[in-house]
Design a protein around this ligand. Structure first.
Ligand code: ADP
Length: 432
């Protein structure tokens, strides 16, 4: 017994016992192609079915055989007569393949690539021994040209298939989203627990060092004073990081409360600049406030806004080489909906930031470059941080009904193109 499959496809094995559809038949010639074709194309006229039948051939393939290879230009389409085939698509090199669906009797396979003249968009692999009706691209196209009803039917089937694929993709995305949200919640809980757990022993350390400083029995040794200052400085820095972790967890859980008060923004900016003048001078960085006299007073949370401004200035100093300049400007503006607002911009002459990171840097824990090569220190050049500062800046902006974003021509540690971080705050925050 010689079958087309064995001639055209050396790997194919025809095993009638495995193929229920051939039960009771001795040869593939007995196979009722018309019944299968009318299942695949329910709207097709008898004459079209007859013509199509004459252009198809019956083939059999063993489990595991690849009928369509994703990315390949192939010129056959199939109608599954018996068995099942798995249709899968490569999502990414990391995620590998994802099963889109399992095709069964009467399903069309590979017709989309032929209609679009495109490479296969998915891989189809026989899940069990399969029998298929095959048709060549040229015959398929000739038939489509001759039979408008078949062309319509194919379009309908293809559109339905795309809709089903969309549904599957949406479902997959929804599930992935759910998992990601849960992971994010776990991370948030971990930050909260870690911050609370660290805060108590830190307070104890600071308390004891304070006690020690005032301890009368301590020998008057200037070296001891220096050591205790060092411990206190370290503990203060740790306290700051712990507080930043708590702030971020509040922003994430949307429990960040804005306690608005009339705020002379120019004064707050000047004070914050003053706070960093020593650190900037140590690195020969010039801090220049350029505050438009018309910058209005706003209603905002003084603590939160001061935190956001400090973060932007710290970053500008941190990512600017020694001898650079950081300019802090403010101006009044009116938003599109007529709301009065203030824009604060912190411009530096630092390393700059590539466009692909412009949004991501505002995500918590996001850092550009290799964290391991960072040096430590709050304002040392490219000094390490927890990657939470800009998440807080954006959180504070949003809590006030404003926004935060960055502009930069790109990262360049030879020409130092710089970055400008903007903080936009409405004069009045929206009511809770
Ligand atoms: P951290 O500074 O603690 O790493 P941030 O959230 O403040 O975290 O910043 C996230 C990342 O954004 C930083 O790791 C840095 O790569 C980039 N970045 C922030 N500010 C600047 C700046 N002024 N210039 C260049 N890159 C910056």
């Amino acid at each position: 017994m010689t079958y087309a499959a064995q001639i055209y496809h050396p790997k194919a094995i025809f095993r009638p016992r495995a193929l229920g559809i051939l039960k009771g038949m001795d040869t593939p010639q007995d196979f009722d192609k018309i019944a299968l074709l009318s299942l695949a194309f329910p709207g097709l006229a008898e004459t079209d079915l007859q013509e199509m039948s004459s252009l198809t051939r019956l083939s059999a393939y063993p489990a595991g055989h690849i009928l369509c290879q994703e990315g390949a230009y192939e010129d056959v389409f199939y109608i599954l007569a018996a068995g099942s085939a798995v249709i899968s698509k490569t999502i990414s090199p990391q995620e590998g393949e994802r099963v889109l669906r399992v095709a069964g009797r009467g399903d069309l396979i590979g017709e989309m690539a032929l209609v679009q003249n495109a490479p296969r968009s998915a891989t189809v692999r026989a899940a069990s021994d399969c029998t298929v009706l095959e048709m060549n691209k040229r015959d398929f196209e000739a038939m489509l040209g001759r039979s408008p009803s078949m062309a319509l039917d194919i379009i309908r089937t293809t559109v339905n298939r795309m809709r089903e694929n969309d549904q599957t993709a949406i479902q997959y995305l929804q599930n992935t989203n759910k998992v990601l949200r849960q992971l994010d919640r776990n991370k948030l809980e971990f930050i909260q627990v870690a911050a609370h757990e660290l805060r108590t022993p830190l307070t104890v350390v600071k308390g004891y060092v304070d006690l020690l400083r005032n301890y009368k029995g301590l020998p008057a040794d200037p070296a001891l004073g220096g050591i205790m200052e060092g411990i206190l400085k370290g503990a203060d820095r740790m306290h700051e990081v712990v507080n930043t972790m708590l702030d971020v967890s509040r922003i994430d859980s949307e429990t960040l409360k804005v306690n608005p008060a009339p705020l002379p923004l120019k004064r707050v900016i000047q004070d914050t600049v003053q706070d960093f003048s020593e650190a900037a001078a140590a690195r020969r960085i010039t801090l220049t406030p350029e505050l438009d006299p018309a910058t209005p007073q706003i209603n905002g949370d003084p603590i939160l806004i001061q935190k956001a401004l400090a973060q932007l200035i710290v970053n500008a100093i941190k990512y600017t080489p020694d001898g650079g300049t950081v300019t802090i400007s403010s101006r009044a503006l009116t938003l599109e909906n007529g709301t009065p607002a203030v824009q604060v911009s912190v411009r530096d002459t630092g390393i700059g930031l590539d466009a692909e990171h412009h949004e991501l840097v505002f995500e918590k824990f996001y850092q550009v470059g290799d964290v391991k090569i960072h040096s430590s220190g709050r304002t040392t050049f490219k000094g390490g941080g927890p990657g939470l500062g800009l998440a807080i800046v954006r959180g504070v902006a949003r809590a006030h009904g404003g926004k935060a974003w960055v502009e930069s021509p790109g990262h360049d540690e030879v020409n130092f193109p710089g970055s400008t971080f903007h903080l936009l705050l409405p004069v009045d925050p929206p009511r809770a």
